[in-house]
Structures are given as C-alpha cells and as structure tokens.
Design a protein around this ligand. Structure first.
Ligand code: CP3
Length: 365
C-alpha cells in the first residue's frame, strides 16, 4: 500500500518524519463555501452523507485548498444507530435527532449489529470511491484515508437522549437505575463499532479513529465503568491487518486527560487529546507507548494568522519538550473540530505554520 505522502502512517508508528503531519477534525464542513454549495445541491447533510459521489466530493474539498497530510471520510458517527433502526434526522439549528430513542431495557434488548455491506453499504461505497479518487495518475495514493466511528459511550448518549444534550439526564439516570441495560447497550455498540471499523478498513480506510466526544462528561468512576472498558475492548479486538495493510487505531477523547495512562496501555497506536492538557505532559505520562494527536484549541483560529502561527509553534514544541526533544510520534490536529464560522485563510495559516516550524529541529527555549 505505497503512498506519495505517508507522514501520518510514519508518525503513528513513531518514526521520524521530515515534517509533522497535520489534518483537522471536521476539515470538510460548513466553513468552506464549496462545502455549502455541495450541501445546497444535495438538499441536506444526510443526502450528502448517504450519496457516495457527494461524500467523496466533500472529502476531497479541503485537500484541494490546503496541503493536508490525510483525508477523512465524510460521514457521521450516527450512521450506526441510524442503521440499527433509530431513524436519524437533522433539525436546522438543533443538530441530530432520533425518531425512536432508546428508553427501556426492552428497546435495548431488541438491538442488533447492522450488516455493514447492506445497511451501511453507502459508507463502504464512499470509502472505496474516495480511495480511487485519491490515486494519482501513477496509481499511487496521495495521502492516507482515515475512517472513523463514534465510541460506544458517545453513541449511547445520542441513542438514549434522542439527540444532543447538555447534561445527559436520561442516560445518567439509566447508569444509576438500570446499569445492566446500559452495559448491554454499550456491549452491542462495541460489537457494531468493531464491525464498522473492520468493514471500513476492508473497503480501503488506512487509519481508523474512534471519537469519544462525551467521555469527559462522566465522573472518573463512571468513565471507568461506562466508557474506558469498551474503548479497551475495541483496541484489543479490532483487526488492523499486517505489514503494509496495517491500519493504526487512534482513540480521540474530549476530556480524556485524566485517563491518558490507561488509554495509552490499551493497545491503540495513537491517542487524540484536547487542549486541556499540554502535549509535554501528555508525552511524559504516556512515555512513548503511543503516538499523540492534537491539540491546539480550535478557538485559536479566531486569532490573526501571525498569532495562530505562534500558537502552532508552541504546540509543536510542547510535544517535543515532553518527548526527549524529538518531534517523532506527533500528529498535529486541533483538540476538537473546526466550526462553521472559522476563516479558511486562518486554516491555511495553521497548516503552513505546522509544516514550516516542524521541518526545523526542536531547540529548547
Ligand atoms: O472530520 C471530518 O471532516 C469528517 C466528518 C465528520 C462529521 N461528523 C461531519 C458532519 C465527523 C468525523 C463527524 C463526527 C461526529 N458527528 C461527532 C464526533 C466528532 C466530534 O466532534 O467529537 C459527533 C458528536 C457527531 C454528531 C453530529 N453530527 C453533530 C453534533 C452534528 C452537528 C449538527 C449541527 O447542525 O451543527 C452533526 C452533523 C455534521 N456532521 C456536520 C458535519 C460537517 C454539519 C452538517 C451540516 O452540514 O449541516
């Protein structure tokens, strides 16, 4: 599986690279006028995500603008519960919703793992098409393609609440009042996530990321009961392939800073962190067991290009300071996704600053 640009794969193996690879969560999205144009043509976000040609088109849009080191499949984490029969829809300005949220142990007992090549075929078709379109004239891929899934806990939050939530009242009540039902849901979700990521890899995804967006909403005791064990099972059981076909796994978690040691020992290859911990501390605490991904606060993109470049340099050097002076094993990213009101020119400044500064060796201040 040769690639013209394999910096991301090398960094995830903690091998030295000429420049730190960079990609951005939500790099395809509403901050890009060309995305808004495709979305208007498609009629809705879901129509776009469920039509492989359109999903492919928007996946490639940020790569046409910025010299990013990876593509990420354009899709959503809520495709799995949708395929389980919960009925995903979007209300303008309110985010995702389900027609049939899970409210009782009976609702949960009826759930099964969807068939990946029938109910989620549109996702696998998009992966296959994107891989084809990423090939240059010589048949070799430009950059790797990242596939992804939500974590069992984060999916459960949407499935039980019926949409986004500030305080997660329904699922936290379930954690207290019927923990066995919640564990059964998390267990089915884990089987589904493993099957989903394995199918994306079989279709051509070269790196796999799990988004545990809401793990940080749990108390430490509840995180250790309802999120961590299921992430650990994914890291243990997900088949990654051998040699050239090996697809590394990145576990990203919002608010996962208290658990870096446990996550690094899970068997994942990469750990994605938000901006509430310095990369210097994260690198020291994980001691070279995994590559680290992150972690610029996305709000830094509201600053001027010069200020963004300074923040990028500080982020890169923080990693090196905690990693014995070496930039190896770092994947640059934001600590969470881009927002619709961000300026594409500021994103360009960020990407340029990563490539420029990381090409130079680390010099302690
Ligand atoms: O990173 C990428 O470029 C890949 C695409 C991607 C999307 N969603 C596209 C999207 C990825 C990786 C996701 C994951 C996702 N979806 C997460 C976890 C990621 C994270 O940020 O931690 C979550 C929690 C969801 C659920 C979801 N889907 C939400 C909260 C929303 C936003 C709703 C809104 O109106 O703001 C979506 C829709 C969605 N997914 C959009 C995009 C670009 C916006 C849809 C639009 O065009 O209106």
């Amino acid at each position: 599986m040769p690639l013209h640009n394999d910096r991301l794969l090398r960094a995830l193996r903690r091998e030295p690279v000429d420049r730190t690879p960079v990609w951005l969560m939500r790099q395809a999205g509403r901050y890009l006028p060309e995305y808004r144009a495709t979305r208007a043509r498609a009629g809705s976000f879901l129509a776009m995500a469920k039509t492989p040609e359109l999903a492919c088109e928007v996946t490639l849009q940020p790569l046409a603008r910025f010299p990013l080191d990876a593509a990420i499949l354009f899709s959503d984490i809520l495709t799995i519960p949708d395929a389980m029969g919960l009925g995903l829809y979007f209300v303008e300005g309110e985010g995702p919703k389900f027609e049939h949220p899970l409210r009782t142990a009976d609702d949960i007992a009826r759930l099964g793992v969807p068939d990946m090549e029938s109910e989620l075929r549109y996702v696998m078709d998009a992966v296959r098409l994107i891989r084809r379109e990423l090939r240059d004239a010589d048949g070799i891929g430009r950059v790797p393609l990242i596939g992804f899934s939500g974590s069992p806990w984060t999916l459960a939050c949407y499935m039980v609440e019926g949409g986004g939530s500030d305080n997660f009242p329904t699922i936290k009540a379930m954690a207290l009042n019927d923990p066995a039902a919640l564990h059964r849901l998390l267990s089915v979700n884990t089987d589904a996530v493993i099957a989903y990521l394995a199918a994306q890899r079989a279709a051509g995804a070269q790196v796999l990321q799990v988004f545990d967006t809401w793990g940080g909403a749990l108390s430490p005791a509840m995180y250790r009961e309802f999120s961590l064990p299921y992430l650990q099972r994914i890291a243990r059981e997900l088949p990654r392939g051998e040699g050239d076909a090996h697809a590394p796994l990145i576990l990203f978690g919002k608010g996962n800073a208290p658990y870096l040691e446990d996550l690094a020992a899970s068997g994942c290859e990469g750990l994605g962190v938000d901006w509430t911990v310095t990369l210097e501390e994260a690198a020291r605490r994980t001691g070279g067991q995994v590559a680290l991904q992150g972690n610029l606060d996305p709000a830094m993109l509201y600053g001027a290009p010069e200020a963004i470049a300074t923040q990028v340099r500080l982020t890169l050097d923080s990693y090196a300071a905690g990693n014995g002076g070496s930039r190896a094993g770092h994947v640059f990213n934001l600590g969470h996704g881009l927002s619709p009101d961000m300026d594409p020119q500021h994103v360009a400044a960020l990407v340029a600053a990563v490539h420029e500064h990381s090409a130079r060796p680390y010099r302690p201040a």
